[in-house]
Design a binder for this molecule. Structure first.
Ligand code: GLY
Length: 303
């Protein structure tokens, strides 16, 4: 029997203040609605793109307009994209001229034999070459980020947005987008555009998107690790827990709160995080869905 098509999205591992909780959950619901519609009409690639574009436009989330500011008070955006059918990946970093870097990352997945990763200033030049909505760098900045920056607040709230989907033809896809860590140094690149760290998609194995402190996710190759664990026979929830365990330092000191969403090719999924919360949700074409800000925080005790 064919697995039911499903989309899973998250609005970032981190800590969501009570006054922003409903806005985050509404943003997740909107992303699921838009993603599910695209899943039914255009498949997994369209679904993850549309879901992430919806969250890039959600100003409480750390992506697109409303993303976290760097130490100099500017926004620069990273994004990643991967198609499970071909394993072609795309990544962009340092984007300042569109609030939808996910569109650039999707385009990069069509370049070369394997896809490609590009940085600034070529990423902004690409935005001007393609038919994507453009903006000024200052249009990406919203007031609550300015206020946090003025206080030198290091806490970005929640980190990165991401979506994964499985469609009726058995194809999976992954997309993610971020402003990176709060008060990051200019030019810093996180996990979101890095294949294997922030995302992985393979029709034979499954699909995963990670969120959290990029340096930890890059060090551990978290998205690839999740899917390798699924391939080695672990259930989705156990694979997520084991991959997150590896993001916790040996002493048990959790230096980088992280989270993952992952989906197997038979339609099973896991949403798991070590962070205080991770607004996220899933929706199936059968009409079932769920949206919450706190999910399983179980991590496997052994590395
Ligand atoms: N996870 C996003 C970043 O570290 O940039």
């Amino acid at each position: 029997m064919k697995p039911q098509p499903v989309i899973v999205v998250h609005g970032g591992a981190g800590r969501v203040s009570e006054d922003r909780r409903e806005a985050f959950l509404d943003g997740i619901r909107e992303a699921l609605d838009r993603g599910l519609e695209a899943l039914e009409s255009g498949g997994s690639i369209a679904a993850v793109r549309e879901a992430v574009m919806s969250m890039e436009a959600c100003e409480v989330m750390n992506a697109g307009r409303g993303a976290a500011l760097d130490v100099e008070g500017n926004v620069s955006l990273d994004a990643g994209f991967m198609e499970g059918a071909t394993r072609r990946f795309g990544g962009v970093t340092g984007v300042t001229s569109t609030m939808h870097p996910v569109l650039l990352a999707q385009h990069m997945a069509s370049r070369g034999d394997f896809g490609q990763l590009i940085g600034a200033p070529a990423s902004d030049e690409l935005a001007h070459e393609l038919d994507v909505p453009l903006c000024r760098p200052e249009d990406l900045i919203v007031e609550h980020r300015r206020a946090a920056h003025a206080e030198n607040a290091h806490d970005a709230g929640a980190d990165t947005v991401g979506a994964i989907a499985l469609d009726a033809d058995g194809h999976v896809a992954a997309a993610l987008s971020t402003g990176g860590t709060n008060v990051k140094p200019p030019g810093r690149i996180g996990d979101s555009p890095i294949v294997g760290a922030g995302f992985w998609a393979d029709d034979e194995e499954g699909v995963c998107v990670a969120s959290g402190v990029g340096e930890v996710l890059m060090r551990e190759g978290t998205a690839r690790r999740c899917i390798r664990l699924v391939s080695s026979g672990l259930a989705a929830t156990d694979a997520a827990a084991a991959a997150l365990a590896a993001t916790v330092d040996y002493e048990g000191d959790q230096r980088g709160p992280c989270g993952v969403i992952l989906l197997t090719v038979d339609g099973r999924f896991a949403i798991n995080h070590t962070s205080e919360s991770m607004p996220a949700g899933w929706a199936g074409v059968d009409g079932n869905s769920e949206v919450r800000d706190v999910w399983s925080r179980t991590i496997a005790v052994e590395r």
